[in-house]
Design a protein around this ligand. Structure first.
Ligand SMILES: CSC[C@H]1O[C@H](OP(=O)(O)O)[C@H](O)[C@@H]1O
Length: 368
């Protein structure tokens, strides 16, 4: 997407042909900085501390992390070690395992001498595919926004609520949940976004708000607990969120708080859609609540927050009474029964095993 008129992606290969540049998302919204990944550990660290985050971008970064590892040593042992280091960075987004498995399956049968060039080619392919998948999600999601826009009076926007950041910063480009919004906005449809700030890491207030501002999309940041209130008052026409892992039967794992939005949407008959690129479907599990590992992040993310003071200084402050314990589950699971539909690159699907298998039959074949 464009930042001050210049087109960016979140990750790209540098002109040297081997090091990888990322947008350092820990600096947002107060600075736009990039960081260079030169080693396997640089890539693992970037995922671990969320310099890069968002399921598709985590997968793309892991793919390049394998390239950086093989650049030093393309042996089977190094490939196995690098796989484990990257796989251990974060447990919930399935794109991490999906990307690592895809790379390993391609590279292991090759002679060591051939692995590096093929690895870089495949990592680039994963990035290009992500952009095209998200562009398609934007096109399919647009139909949902267009239908609502047709019911609006002139000057009345379509009000979309989103949670966390499933924007272009969560992917290589375009985003998933925001792709339909950007596509509608770019077509001149009047759309407004309620942006859940999304405590404790504030990916909504820090990342989604920053994205929408730079793309000129009208938006309003709200506290996470305001969404239900707005839905009760008819101020939300559509909820679109992202996902880090969706099961074969359509249970959706996403940032903590998504489940509560889905409950509010159900209670107020507000359509609740999930933007779902197919690499984020875990075809090996059905029951999201029982089978998806939920990342427990540091309690310090709850007890402290980093922001900009009145003096313009960036500082970290304590926001919980000292000495109190804190818990920080980073994701929750929304059962398929609360999901109106899944916006995939192959169309808008019912959140069901039949619909997912029918849209992606090749993913269940043994060769997959
Ligand atoms: C398009 S995936 C976006 C998804 O990832 C975010 O989690 P995190 O920022 O911790 O990686 C959040 O769940 C978003 O919906």
């Amino acid at each position: 997407m464009k930042v001050d008129g210049k087109a960016y992606r979140t990750i790209w290969l540098n002109p040297d042909g081997w090091s990888v540049e990322i947008i350092d998302q820990t600096k947002f919204p107060y600075a736009f900085e990039t960081a260079t990944l030169r080693t396997l550990e640089d890539a693992a660290h970037a995922i671990r501390v969320m310099q890069v985050r968002g399921a598709p971008l985590i997968g793309a970064t892991a793919a390049y992390g394998l390239c950086l590892a093989l650049r030093e040593d393309a042996s089977d042992q190094r490939l196995a070690e690098a796989y484990e280091v990257l796989h251990a960075t974060r447990p919930t987004a399935i794109n991490l395992r999906w990307a690592l498995e895809r790379m390993r399956k391609l590279l292991l049968p090759l002679p060591e001498a051939d692995r590096l060039s093929v690895a870089y080619r495949e990592a680039a392919a994963i990035c290009e595919e992500d952009v095209e998948i998200n562009r398609s999600i934007g096109a399919h999601g647009l139909t949902l926004i267009e239908k609502i826009a047709a019911t609006k009076k002139p000057g009345e926007p379509v009000n979309v609520l989103t949670h966390c950041n499933a924007g272009w910063l969560a992917t290589v480009d375009w985003g998933t949940a925001t792709a339909p919004v950007y596509t509608a906005h770019d077509r001149g449809i009047d759309v407004h976004v309620w942006v859940d700030e999304t405590r404790p890491r504030n990916q909504g207030g820090f990342l989604t708000a920053w994205e929408l501002f730079h793309h000129g999309v009208p938006h309003t940041v709200i506290v996470d607990n305001a969404g239900g209130h707005l839905m009760q008052r008819g101020q939300v026409d559509l909820v679109i969120t992202g996902t880090d892992r969706t099961t074969l039967r359509g249970d959706v794992c996403n940032k903590i708080g998504t489940y509560l939005k889905a409950l509010s949407a159900k209670d107020n008959s507000v359509p609740f859609y999930v933007a779902l690129p197919s690499p984020t479907i875990d075809f090996s599990i059905e029951d999201g609540i029982r089978e998806i590992p939920i990342e427990e992040r540091s309690n310090r993310e709850v007890t402290h927050i980093t922001g900009r003071g009145e003096d313009g200084e960036i500082r970290t402050i304590e926001v919980v009474s000292s000495g109190s314990g804190a818990a920080n589950p980073a994701f929750d699971v929304t059962p398929a029964r609360l999901v109106s539909g899944l916006i995939t690159e192959r169309g808008v699907l019912e959140a069901s095993r039949e619909a997912i298998l029918s849209a992606f039959p090749e993913r269940m074949s043994p060769a997959a």
